[in-house]
Design a protein around this ligand. Sequence first.
Ligand code: UT7
Length: 322
Amino acid sequence: MSAGLRIPDAAPGARVLAFGDYRPARVVTNDELAQTVETDDAWIRSRVGIRERRIAADDEGIVELGVHAGGKALANSGLDPSDIDLVILATCSAESPMPGHAAQVAHRLGIDAPGAFDLNAACAGFCYALATAGAAVRAGSARNVLVIGSEKMSQWVDWTDRSTCIIFADGAGAAVVTGSDSPGIGPVVWGSAGDKWDKIIIADRNASIRQEGQAVFRWATTAIAPVAAEACERAGITPQDLAAVVPHQANLRIIEAIARRLKATNAVVADDIVHSGNTSAASIPLALSRMIERGDVPSGAPALLVGFGAGLSYAAQVIQIP
Ligand code: UT7
């Protein structure tokens, strides 16, 4: 009879050690967009909440953006590149499907031969990647994981389509996940609605992003708050215990609707969309990085992260703010 296989010692918990972010230098205002498509600042602010967004330079791709954000998270963590043994990069806007970008980002950061893979869960990608990183650390498959959300949505936008070009933007955010004695990343609640697969799509290699805005809006404002509430319950806290609510930065009205339904009355609600636009898998770490840098949220307090978007896919978890 087999004695079974040996497995590594597991860490009791996982936590986020540090965040990092990168916003490309170029700021594109609503007025600038109004010069090329029929729209105006007042419409965009009232329907979406965006005042300006960042658009990457021609020579800034998924790798470049990811290196900036990942490098900052690594520096903030105090770890050495040699301490990282897994890199997960969430993106849905890659220039090409192969190779994945995580290995190149790791190489550029001086991380030697880590496990490396890309993950596509669209705007929920960062939460999926964070959950995967936490599970890898708890299972003993990795000591420290660099998780990156990196997006260059601008290269998949039809700049003559006013219903999408005013929304999507570029940027990257990252987190370093490590082992801990007590859990700092709560259980993930993830799921999907594949019957709505065609509500946000890039149909083929020559296509641009199309979405049925109102259908996605309805879904996001009804289906996502219960997911967020369940993430709190599974983490053993109430929404009133939250110091921060960080939804994917899709639309300020969606963000406010989720926070209202969740009744997270003591939480600061992320509104990074106002200045950064919708950066898909990058939006949650971009928003939380800035909140931490500004001192908006106390270290050690619980923050709810909830991502949702194309797939349709969603994921939420509560984390302790590093
Ligand atoms: O991150 C991935 C997840 N994505 C989302 O969560 C997106 C969810 N959806 C939304 O955020 C919103 O549906 C949009 C921001 C995409 C659109 O806002 P809306 O309030 O749902 O507008 P609408 O699509 O119902 O359009 C209302 C009107 C239309 O004109 P008519 O047909 O009423 O004459 C549009 O043609 O607004 C028009 N419109 C615009 N007008 C000025 C659409 N885009 C624009 C624009 N400027 N940029």
